[in-house]
Design a protein around this ligand. Structure first.
Ligand code: ADP
Ligand code: MG
Length: 649
């Protein structure tokens, strides 16, 4: 044994205080051999704990060297230092520093979790250690349900969990009654007898008297170092092999599992706060999913309506476009145009339309109605569905018959529910007596005409009996099935411009409308979705805020974990898991809320429907995970960067 276990030379520790620095340890030289039992005594504030923290690699000296078995410690990185703490040092604190949320057994297990030891082995060993310290019947108790002496025994078991060969005890009896204190000292004697190195800090001379060597510190300097008995070099025979665990992936998973369980316990311990934190995410996710579902639903609905308007159709209107105020006065679109257009090769059918609004009367019932003057092909072009009766034919158009096809709305309004009863009835459209020959199903939504009463009569009748002029409201063209609508639109435009000598009309293509509506609803969905995403971000900031609070509340827990050997990575992982868990649960609840909302909506509102698809739901859940990572990272990193000494203070 050439190198001493511990050797300090010229060690100094300064603290910044106010404008200057105060030096707490001044030029300390000290060697401690393996197997010694050393008491460090001194008045309160003399620097004992500071020295102890440096010895335990919780703190770094400001100057001087600290060698463990001849190995300089100043060059070690954080992970090396936590590995040394984990494998070689066992800490016993005055205030026990146990974790309140978990059982005594789980507390004892922690160092082995970070060391990556097998789960069943570590449980067995933790139980055995507790048994040896007379705590066999208290393994499942929470620290809060144990007396001070029992808690200190749990903390001793924890210090022994990884078979530490150096026990650092800072005032281990300071908070205990005499009998419990005596018991703790007896255990320390026993551990010493096994060959472990014991360093015990105390301000109690009778406690110190049990050690074979007493070092006295005053005002940061060693003022005496006395041995009461010759040191019998004695080497602790390790009970555990400090070999790396066989299965690194398994150990990593196990640490993840433990961090996950801890995160669950932390969430459970603060149920209300966790729920309120989640609320932002819940609302954000629920609104994203509902908005997307509403967008999908209304788009499907509108597209279905357009399909009911007929596919492959072009509508020709007078004027320059929808908004043109003069279009009502442009009288250049004529029946002869419709006849000429019908002869084009692309055009399968052409039907002129005129329209006027008037009052329909039947008996005492009066209602406003739109009278559409149409050709016999109109119903075919539009794909109208006949509910009862028949359509009028070319002969009827030629003869300007006063026959009317009415929609179901009109039939209901004028003749009551039964549509077949309407057939053959004569009513007044304005002052024109008209006979009902057919009923068609009403057009749904689409262009806002669902509640209007629509009456269809031969356009010749409407022109002569209602409007009194030859101009048309529109011409509806059905394009041949094999023709391309945009090519047909081009041809129609060129042809009609040539015929009129000027372009005093515009052509509406249902394919265009379909595309416009699709892209409009997509834009709307995107826009509202963006707002929902902002609310998600706000939710994420809420999560970050609470995680910061949680970290600052649990500083001492973090310190304990670091003291027993947690790597920075372990602490980071634990808090990150907690943040992700909050967001993930929030996300899942948000999805559930959206589905519930959709279900409720389908019960009450009939005019809109929410259509849920898998992609946005999966995306929402995945993105809530990302929110957890993104907004949990900063607090988790703060936690992992904490200084163990400051955390334990
Ligand atoms: P002991 O354990 O012997 O009672 P400590 O080692 O805890 O004493 O403290 C020694 C001195 O160092 C005290 O005067 C204390 O105020 C000071 N001290 C300890 N920690 C800090 C710190 N983080 N910043 C400034 N001063 C500190
Ligand atoms: Mg102290």
């Amino acid at each position: 044994m050439t190198e001493p276990l511990i050797s300090l030379a010229g060690l100094r520790r300064d603290y910044a205080s106010g404008d200057g620095t105060i030096t707490v340890l001044k030029d300390v030289d000290l060697t401690i051999e393996r197997g010694e039992m050393v008491a460090i005594i001194g008045a309160s504030g003399s620097g004992k704990s500071t020295l102890m923290n440096i010895l335990g690699l919780l703190d770094r000296p400001s100057a001087g060297t600290y060698k463990i078995s001849g190995r300089e410690t100043s060059t070690l990185d954080n992970d090396d230092r936590s590995a040394l703490r984990r494998e070689h040092f066992g800490f016993i604190f005055q205030r026990y520093h146990l974790l309140d949320e978990i059982s005594a057994l789980s507390n004892v297990e922690i160092p082995a979790v970070y060391a990556g030891r097998d789960r069943s082995q570590r449980r067995e060993r933790a139980a055995a250690l507790l048994g040896r310290l007379g705590m066999a019947d208290r393994t499942e108790h929470r620290p809060g349900h144990l007396s001070g002496g029992q808690q200190q025994r749990v903390s001793i078991a924890r210090a022994l969990m990884n078979d530490a060969d150096v026990i650092l005890a800072d005032e281990p009896t300071g908070a205990l009654d005499k009998a419990s204190g005596e018991e703790v000292l007896r255990i320390l004697d026993e551990l010493h007898a096994e060959g472990r190195t014991i360093i015990i800090v105390t301000h109690d001379a009778t406690v110190a008297a049990r050690a074979e060597r007493i070092i006295e510190i005053s005002d940061g300097r060693i003022i005496s170092d006395t041995r009461s008995a010759a040191h019998q070099p004695q080497v602790h025979q390790p009970e555990l092999r400090h070999a790396a665990p066989a299965n690194r992936v398994g150990a990593g998973l196990d640490r993840f599992r433990e961090a996950f369980l801890m995160a669950c316990k932390a969430l459970k311990a603060h149920r209300m706060r966790s729920f309120l934190t989640m609320l932002g995410i819940i609302i954000g996710i629920a609104s994203v999913i509902s908005v997307v579902a509403l967008g999908t639903g209304s788009q499907q609905k509108v597209l279905a309506n357009i399909s009911s308007l007929g596919t492959n159709t072009l509508e020709v209107f007078p004027g320059t476009g929808f908004g043109d105020m003069r279009s009502g006065r442009v009288k250049t679109l004529l029946v002869s145009d419709a006849d000429a257009l019908a002869k084009l090769s692309y055009v399968a059918a052409a039907t002129p339309t005129v329209s006027t609004s008037t009052t329909a009367r039947f008996g005492a019932i009066e209602a406003n109605a739109l009278v559409n003057g149409v050709g016999s092909k109109y119903f075919e072009v539009k794909g109208s569905k006949l509910v009862a009766g028949r359509f009028f034919d070319d002969a009827g158009v030629q003869a300007m018959e006063q026959d009317a096809v009415i929609d179901e709305n009109t039939a209901k309004t004028l003749f009551g529910g039964d549509t077949t009863q309407a057939i053959g009835q004569v009513f007044l459209a304005g002052s024109v007596p008209s006979r009902v020959i057919g009923v068609i199903s009403s057009q749904q939504g689409g262009f806002g005409s669902s509640d209007n009463l629509s009456i269809y009569m031969p356009y010749t009748s409407v022109q002569t009996r209602f409007t009194g002029d030859q101009s048309l409201r529109s011409i509806t063209l059905r394009i041949s099935d094999d023709a391309d609508t945009s090519v047909a639109e081009q041809t129609v435009t060129t042809f009609l411009t040539g015929r009129h000598g000027t372009k005093d009309f515009f052509v509406l293509n249902t394919d265009d409308i379909r595309q416009t509506i699709t892209s409009t609803t997509q834009t709307m969905t995107l826009l509202i979705g963006a707002i929902a995403v902002i609310s998600l971000i706000v939710g994420g900031i809420g999560v970050m805020n609470i995680m910061l609070v949680s970290v600052s509340e649990r500083v001492s827990e973090i310190g304990v974990r670091m003291a027993v050997g947690a790597r920075r990575q372990d602490i980071l992982q634990q808090f990150l898991i907690e943040a992700v868990l909050v967001c993930l649960i929030g996300g899942v609840l948000g999805v559930a809320l959206a589905l519930l909302f959709g279900f409720t909506f389908s019960l009450f509102g009939s005019s809109f429907s929410l259509v849920f698809t898998a992609a946005p739901i999966v995306l929402a859940v995945v993105s809530s995970c990302f929110i957890g990572i993104a907004f949990g990272y900063l607090p988790a990193r703060n936690a992992s960067r904490l200084d163990p000494v400051a955390a334990l203070a």
